[in-house]
Design a binder for this molecule. Structure first.
Ligand code: THU
Length: 148
C-alpha cells in the first residue's frame, strides 16, 4: 500500500486557499450554495473544482466530483488530500462543509480510505482534517469486485 505523505501546515493552507478560490467559480443559481474543492495529487498538483448546477437539477455536480473528474480525465489516479469549503452565496464561510455521500463514494474509488485526507475548512487557519475511512467506514470499493 502506498504511504500517504503527511501534509504540513503550509501544505494545508495552500490547499484551503485553492479551495476558497475555486468556490468563487461556483455555478449555483438554484441553491445559491457555493462550494469549492482543491484536490492534491500524489505528484503535488492541485486540481480545483466547484459545484455546477443545472436547470434540470439532476445533472448538477458537486465541487469534489468536479475536481476528481477533471483530474482522472487528465490521467491522474493517485491522490493525497482534498480541501473543501462551502457556504451560501454572499456569506462568510461559517460552517465546515462535509462531502456528500456520493462524493465520498467517488473518493473511495481512487483513494486508500485510511490514507486519503479530507480537510473541511472555514478559513486557512480554521479547518478539520479527517481520513476517508472516518467519513466512509466499511465502504464498498473496487477490491470487492476482484475475486482472488
Ligand atoms: N454540494 C457540493 O458541491 N458538495 C457537497 O459535498 C455537498 C453539496 C453542492 C451541490 C449543490 O450545487 C449545492 O451544494 C447544494 O446542495
Amino acid at each position: 500500500m502506498r504511504e500517504s505523505k503527511r501534509l504540513t501546515a503550509d501544505g494545508i493552507h495552500e490547499l484551503v486557499k485553492a479551495a476558497i478560490e475555486a468556490r468563487r467559480k461556483s455555478y449555483s443559481p438554484y441553491s445559491h450554495y457555493q462550494v469549492g474543492a482543491a484536490l492534491l495529487t500524489a505528484d503535488g498538483q492541485i486540481i480545483r473544482g466547484c459545484n455546477i448546477e443545472n436547470a434540470a437539477y439532476g445533472p448538477s455536480n458537486c465541487a469534489e466530483r468536479t475536481a476528481f473528474f477533471k483530474a482522472v480525465s487528465e490521467g491522474m489516479r493517485e491522490f493525497e488530500a482534498i480541501a473543501i469549503v462551502g457556504s451560501p452565496e454572499g456569506e462568510e464561510v461559517t460552517q465546515y462543509a462535509y462531502p456528500c455521500g456520493v462524493c465520498r463514494q467517488v473518493m473511495r474509488e481512487f483513494c486508500e480510505p485510511s490514507q486519503f485526507q479530507i480537510i473541511v475548512a472555514k478559513s486557512e487557519e480554521d479547518y478539520r482534517v479527517m481520513t476517508l475511512a472516518e467519513l466512509l467506514p466499511e465502504g464498498f470499493g473496487p477490491e470487492n469486485l476482484r475475486w482472488q
